[in-house]
Design a protein around this ligand. Structure first.
Ligand code: PEP
Ligand code: MG
Length: 551
């Protein structure tokens, strides 16, 4: 009998869909490790080393076992975990604590895990913050093995109360725990911490489990065993829902499932308007880790790869060789689908210490994007060389951000010509047909788009920045959020002008800002004859279905 209470927990949706089930909190074999003084640090170091090697071999088996469930790309995370366990910084920090403080290995692992987790969480981008759970995952694995070796636990695995349908609740699930879940038993996941970009979230999406993360301390142990509904479409969890809510959600689930299968009919087909005009429907991406999500989304390519994240992930400037490997990997994995890589857009909200940027009172309008690249040509050239060298491995286009003048574009074209000549003289192969485009994300660029169009192969309209600059409303400042209206006539006129000017000069025009994913604005964009949209992966099928009814 369902009680007549209706508690709602709000979090962030990491995967869509509706799920019903009984809340079951995850139990871990061990979580707190006391500090114990030991006499022989060398013996303790040996214990750690034995556990570390055991963990590496466990991860090898986990990688093999996960390929079918998660796909090769996702399962590769467990190979990365193996590499992390070989990382000298991680390993030596643990050994140092054991030796210097004469303490047990479990405690040293926990301390270093906390330290690394904190460092990752403080990093300036979501992708690196999401890596925190990988450190926790490998450290937890070592500690469980240490406890197994000392006979304190029998096997290292997670457990939870069994019900017919389980909504798994926990603080934060790590990837190797997620992959252990039985999809026939677990209907959804709710976590108090976590991020939508974590591997856990990616795995949950691959496994089709509605998931809400970031619920905070409202997710309480007292909910153990309670019936609940997850609404992954809005990021809510209803605990002990009343009959009315249950009936309503049974209906919503029916419609949601039906809509989901309706959308599935649009998988694998080209995006076309009612009058059969082809639209290139691409997605935005930040990292190689997004590839699986992109493939699952059925996007026709990547319309904006924010390359700055490669720089933010590094503690020092990535070398040309390092970048080349990443771009080569990205292009090969995309198997000849279009990949538009945006050159470094550092500055404003995105920065790394090693750039040693001068503090600016108004960084959004400071030395960022193409300005920074043209001021630091060595950085720009190394990225362009890496991109051109990688171009033979797929279908690459390059675009530059934050353009405000024709001179900047001419300078870029000159640098590119010099790089091509240089590569040729070094007998390094590259694709001569790589398209070169610019982002139209300043009012200046939109207003002179007729002039700019003569120097590039395409325009990609960045409506996020275009809106903030046109309406003088800082996109980082919540207080001016209501002024940040992308439907404002001033913004729409600039979009219209850009498309018209681009087409008049025979180049294609796309949109890669948030507005491209906006179903409500689709009719207008199709009417304006937009050629390409770069959207969030979850919108691909919805937009393809919508576009088929327009134009
Ligand atoms: C934009 O400004 O619209 C854009 C896509 O770039 P970013 O959001 O990375 O600034
Ligand atoms: Mg921008």
């Amino acid at each position: 009998m369902v009680q007549q209470h209706n508690f709602t927990l709000i979090g962030t949706s990491a995967n869509r869909g509706i799920a019903f089930g009984y809340i079951s909190f995850l139990k871990r074999a061990a979580s707190s490790f006391e500090k114990i003084s030991i006499k022989d640090p060398q013996l303790e170091c040996n214990r750690f080393e034995k556990a570390r090697l055991h963990a590496i071999s466990q991860l090898n088996s986990l990688y093999e076992a996960s390929i079918e469930k998660l796909g090769e790309q996702n399962a590769a995370l467990f190979q990365i975990h193996q590499m992390m366990l070989d990382d000298p910084d991680y390993v030596n920090s643990i050994l140092e604590i054991i030796k210097k403080e004469k303490v047990n290995a479990e405690y040293a692992v926990r301390r270093i895990s906390h330290r690394f987790e904190k460092q990752f969480l403080q990093m300036g981008n979501d992708y690196m913050r999401a890596r925190a759970s990988d450190v926790v995952d490998i450290s937890r694995r070592i500690n469980e093995i240490l406890m197994m070796h000392s006979g304190k636990i029998k096997k290292s695995s997670i457990s939870f109360e069994k019900h017919d349908a389980i909504i798994l609740a926990t603080d934060d699930l790590v990837p190797s725990e997620t992959v252990q879940l039985d999809q026939h038993q677990v209907t959804g996941i709710i976590t108090s911490k976590g991020s939508t970009r974590s591997h856990t979230a990616i795995f949950a999406r691959t496994m089709g489990l509605p998931t809400i993360v970031n619920i905070g301390d409202k997710l309480k142990k007292k909910y153990e065993g309670k019936f609940a509904i997850i609404d992954g479409n809005v990021g809510a969890v209803y605990i002990d829902p009343d009959e009315k809510t249950i009936l309503r959600y049974r209906e919503i689930k029916k419609t949601d499932d039906a809509q989901h299968s309706h959308l599935e009919a649009y998988r694998g087909i080209p995006t076309k308007t009612r009058s059969q005009r082809k639209i290139n429907l691409y997605v935005n991406a930040d990292s190689l880790a997004d590839i699986d999500l992109i493939k699952a989304s059925d996007a026709e390519g990547i319309g904006l790869f924010r390359s700055e994240y490669l720089y933010l992930e590094h503690c020092e400037l990535p070398t040309e060789e390092e970048q080349f490997e990443i771009y080569k990997n990205l292009l090969s994995k995309m198997e000849n689908k279009k990949v538009i890589i945006r050159t470094l857009d550092i500055g404003a909200d995105k920065t790394a210490e090693y750039f040693m940027l001068k503090p600016e009172a108004n960084p959004a309008m400071g030395i960022r994007g193409i300005r920074l690249c043209l001021n630091n040509k060595a950085i720009f050239k190394s990225q362009l060389r890496a991109l051109y060298r990688a171009s033979v491995y797929g279908n690459l286009s390059i675009m530059v951000p934050m353009v405000t003048s024709v001179d900047e574009v001419i300078e870029c074209n000159n640098i590119i010509s010099a790089i091509k000549a240089e590569l040729q003289s070094q007998s390094l192969p590259f694709d001569d047909k790589v398209e070169f485009g610019i982002m139209i994300e300043t009012p200046a660029a939109a207003l002179i788009s007729d002039e700019l169009a003569s120097h590039v192969d395409f325009f990609s309209i960045g409506t996020n920045d275009l809106t903030q600059f046109t309406l003088a409303a800082d996109r980082q400042n919540m207080d001016v959020e209501r002024y940040l209206n992308p439907y404002h006539h001033a913004v729409v006129r600039l979009i219209e002008m850009t498309i018209r000017n681009g087409h008049a000069k025979g180049i294609w025009v796309g949109i890669c800002g948030e507005l491209a994913s906006d179903e409500k604005f689709m009719a207008k964009l199709i009417q304006l004859e937009i050629d390409e949209l770069s959207v969030v992966p979850s919108s691909v099928l919805t937009l393809r279905a919508k576009i088929a009814t327009l134009g």
